[in-house]
Design a protein around this ligand. Sequence first.
Ligand code: SF4
Ligand code: SF4
Length: 152
Amino acid sequence: MLSSILSGETCANCRNCCVFEVQSTWELPTFSAKTAARLADHPAYTAAQEGARFRITLPDTGEAQPCPFLNPHSGCTLPADEKPFACKLWPVRVMRQADGSPALALYRGCPGIPDADVLRPLLESGLRERIFAEAERDPSIILPYHPNYDWL
Ligand code: SF4
Ligand code: SF4
């Protein structure tokens, strides 16, 4: 989704994604019931139901854990049509503003997209509307605001 501005090569060199600190597990992605059922046989996959969606859960080890679908050498192992929308959107998130309304926010620690200026043309070419349409369809991608993010 952001591949025109964030290359796979940049991410391969960075490798700062898909591993979740204990305090970041609220950012784990969700799946539809259909995809969650298909993934149920995956040896490391566990999830907790949230409304109609299933959010990945990680072992409670007290340490950072990789997503069960992360191959440390090749990246995400899910087929493109099952990769969660929130993952395709990263390092952009949909977050709640103080008044409760959703807005787009950029993670401040991604070296591939260092500031909003890189993103704006893409957002204004229709991506912003597409993201909000998805958030309306699947509100699980709307997360609480965190100070590591800048509003877009
Ligand atoms: S932090 Fe940014 S550049 Fe690094 S792997 Fe994640 S998306 Fe790619
Ligand atoms: S589903 Fe794929 S892209 Fe999303 S956190 Fe897991 S490994 Fe990363």
